[in-house]
Ligand binder design. Structure first.
Ligand SMILES: [Zn+2]
Length: 147
């Protein structure tokens, strides 16, 4: 992929609420708890569009925001090995449960969005997500970037 020179990127911030726990965590994160997560998804294109944008910010919200609202907002996000807890929560609350193939850390959640979700949401265009930052708290975040 060729890139604009100078490199121009745009970033959309999205927020959602979810519960998680980190299995075998050394401290309190092994307990089920919640966060107000913040995503910063950064995009590049080979050229600006006819209106001089990398991508319309609204399109990022429509695609990535919609996916997050549907699957992760007000859900419990768990390690697939934590299925017994997920089934108990779902049976009691009818809450959405979303399983990851590993612990739902900020790193793993960011990697999942970046590698598994964003490519298909923006396929067929010359726009791609090149960095995804996921804040678990205002002070703690994980970054995943294109090499
Ligand atoms: Zn946490």
């Amino acid at each position: 992929m060729t890139t604009l020179s100078p490199r121009i990127r745009c970033t959309r911030r999205l927020e959602f609420d979810a519960a998680h726990r980190v299995m075998e965590h050394e401290s309190k994160c092994k307990h089920l708890h919640g966060h107000r997560y913040v995503i910063e998804a950064t995009f590049e294109a080979t050229a600006l569009d006819a209106l001089d944008r990398v991508i319309d910010f609204g399109v990022i919200k429509e695609r990535l925001g919609h996916w997050v609202d549907t699957h992760w907002d007000h859900a419990t996000i768990l390690n697939v090995k934590d299925a017994a807890l997920g089934e108990a929560i779902a049976a009691q609350t009818f809450q959405k449960i979303y399983y990851l193939n590993g612990n739902p850390t900020a790193e793993k959640m960011a990697e999942y969005l970046f590698s598994e979700i964003c490519p298909s949401l923006f396929a067929g265009s010359d726009v791609r997500c090149v960095r995804l930052r996921l804040y678990e708290t205002p002070n703690c975040y994980a970054d995943v970037e294109a090499p």
